[in-house]
Design a protein. Structure first.
Length: 344
C-alpha cells in the first residue's frame, strides 16, 4: 500500500531512468545496511517453506528471481535477498565499460503496464562488477548475464573474444551465467541469434568444459518457432544447461499507448505486461522442444500471481520479474510467493 499511495506517485513524477537510478541508489544503500536489510525482511520477506527448488545443481529457496536489467553493476543483491527473492541475476555486463546510448533511453507505457528501453548495455565493465560481486556474502543463487560490449567495431572473432573475457571472469563468482544473444555481432547489425553466429559463439566459449558453471541462453520474444528449434538444437550440441524465455520485443502490436507517443519514443526493447502472451507462447514452444530435459526461467509480463502461475503451467521452472515491480512495487515478490503457497 505504501508503494501504491506514496512511493509510486513520487517515482512517476521523475523520468523513467531517473526513477530507476533512485531505486538503484536506495537499494544499494539498503544492501550496505544490516538495519535496513532487517527492516526490509520484516515487512516484505515471507517464509519459503514449500517453495524450494533444486535445479542446475543449485538450491533456490523460492522460484522468484530478479531479472537482468535492473541491477547492471551488482550493487543491490543483498537488498534483493532481503526483499524475499529466491535468486538474482546481475547484468548485462560487458568486457568493456560503457556509458550506453544517448538519453532519454527509458520510457514508461502506463496504459500498457510496460516499458521501452534502449539503454545500450550501460555498465561499469566485467572486471569492476565481478570484483564487487566477489565481496558479497549471498545465501541465494547469483546469476550473471553477459553480453557483447556496445561497440559496432567489435564483431566476428573479436566479438567472441569480447564475450569470452566476461564469461571467464563471471565463472569465478557466478552460480550460473546467462548469455544474452540479442547483441550485434557484425557491422551490419547481425546478432548471435543467427544460427551460424550462435554456433561459433558457443564453440568459442567452451561451454562444455568441466570448469564452467551452469550456462543458460536467453532468447528474444520475437523468435519464431522454427528458428527457436534450430537455435535450441545448436545449444544442445554445446551442452547448454538451461534457457531463459524471454528477452524484450522490438514489435509494437496491440498496445493501448497511442501511435504518436510510440513514434515519439522510437525504437527500443518492449517489456512488461504487453509481451506476456507472446513471451508465454515462446515458453510453451521451448518446453515442447525440450521436453523435461532442461530447466527454463520464464520472464516477460509477470506482474501478478495469475501471470506467475500461467508461466509455471506453460512449463517454467523458475520465474523472473523486473518491469512488474515498476508498476506494482517490491511487494510483488511477497504477493507471488504467498499466492504460490496457497496453491500448493
Amino acid at each position: 500500500m505504501l508503494y501504491k499511495s506514496l512511493i509510486k506517485p513520487f517515482l512517476f513524477t521523475l523520468e523513467a531512468e531517473k526513477a530507476h537510478d533512485f531505486a538503484i541508489s536506495t537499494s544499494s544503500l539498503a544492501s550496505n545496511s544490516k538495519l535496513i536489510n532487517g527492516l526490509t525482511k520484516l515487512f516484505y520477506n515471507t517464509s519459503n517453506t514449500g517453495l524450494e527448488k533444486e535445479l542446475l545443481g543449485l538450491k533456490f529457496p523460492n522460484p522468484i528471481g530478479l531479472a537482468a536489467g535492473f541491477d547492471k553493476n551488482g550493487v543491490t543483491p543483498l537488498a534483493m535477498q532481503a526483499l524475499g527473492f529466491g535468486f538474482v541475476e546481475v547484468g548485462s555486463i560487458t568486457a568493456r565499460s560503457s556509458a550506453g546510448n544517448p538519453k532519454p533511453r527509458a520510457f514508461r507505457l502506463p496504459k500498457d503496464r510496460s516499458l521501452i528501453n534502449r539503454m545500450g548495455l550501460n555498465n561499469e565493465g566485467a572486471e569492476a562488477v565481478i570484483a564487487r560481486l566477489k565481496e558479497l556474502e549471498l545465501s541465494i543463487p547469483l546469476g550473471i548475464n553477459i553480453a557483447k560490449t556496445n561497440d559496432a567495431s567489435i564483431h566476428g572473432e573479436d566479438a567472441i573474444e569480447d564475450y569470452l573475457f566476461s564469461y571467464e571472469l563471471a565463472n569465478s563468482v557466478a552460480d550460473y551465467i546467462t548469455i544474452n544473444i540479442s547483441c550485434p555481432n557484425t557491422g551490419e547489425g547481425k546478432t548471435f541469434e543467427d544460427p551460424e553466429a550462435l554456433d561459433a559463439l558457443l564453440n568459442g566459449l567452451g561451454i562444455d568444459k568441466s570448469s564452467r558453471v551452469p550456462t543458460l541462453v536467453k532468447f528474444s520474444v520475437d523468435t519464431n518457432e522454427s528458428t527457436l528449434t534450430e537455435l535450441v538444437n545448436i545449444c544442445e550440441k554445446h551442452g547448454i544447461s538451461g534457457y531463459v524465455a524471454t528477452n524484450t520485443s522490438s514489435i509494437r502490436k496491440n498496445l493501448l499507448t497511442n501511435e504518436s507517443q510510440l513514434q515519439k519514443i522510437g525504437n527500443g526493447g518492449l517489456s512488461g505486461h504487453s509481451i506476456f502472451h507472446q513471451s508465454t507462447l515462446v515458453l510453451k514452444w521451448l518446453r515442447n522442444i525440450l521436453g523435461d530435459t532442461k530447466p527454463i526461467i520464464a520472464v516477460g509480463g509477470i506482474d501478478s500471481i495469475e501471470t506467475a502461475k500461467a508461466k509455471l503451467d506453460a512449463g517454467a521452472d523458475l520465474l523472473q520479474v523486473y518491469t512488474g515491480m515498476v508498476f506494482k512495487g517490491p511487494g510483488l515478490v511477497k504477493e507471488i510467493k504467498e499466492g504460490l503457497k496457497l496453491s500448493l
